[in-house]
Design a protein around this ligand. Sequence first.
Ligand code: ZN
Length: 217
Amino acid sequence: MHTCSTGKEKPIALFSKTFLLICSFFATSAHAQIHTAPDGWKELHNSECIRLDIRYATAHNFTKKKIYPCGRCFLKEEAVTALNQVARQLEQQGYGLLLFDCYRPLPAQWKLWEIVSDPRYVADPRKGSMHNRGIAVDLTLYDLHTGKAIDMGTPYDFFGPQAHSNCTDLPEQVLQHRKILAQAMKSAGFEGIATEWWHFSLRQVQAPLAQWEWICP
Ligand SMILES: [Zn+2]
């Protein structure tokens, strides 16, 4: 709606219109840098039951290097809907969701690959990861009363048998915590993987590898 338009457009208005058109073209192109979630995507923010601790935006990750310019959590809409369902379910049990990683742009996947070129730890960017499709999350539980992260037996991005989903050589309470997280994720359609207790993806959603990167607020 252009309710304020008074007829002839001044050259400056035409210029800014052209500029906006160019901007919106780049906003939808493959290597775009965006402020807000593109169509079909949503951004998750800190809320009462969801907290962000995006590790690749800090040096507090297994590479000891900052991969993202800042921590933001984008996912395909279907994954956000499913995750909100998980959060509602776990809230009743006194848990919140602590997110370590969400959508990971392909350029960031290349950056990770350049630091650790080992497919056991990082997906080859030519093949891509579910994170590059916006349908995977790395997360744990936190106690809604104390705000503290729940003991899952290993830290995030610990590479060893203790992090495996089928590892039983762990304290009973840890096994119970992992079960609570895995069951809640599964009930919303997420699937886990064998080697990482923190990784879940909504594989039934068809989503191509994505390049776009977010801009820091
Ligand atoms: Zn992951």
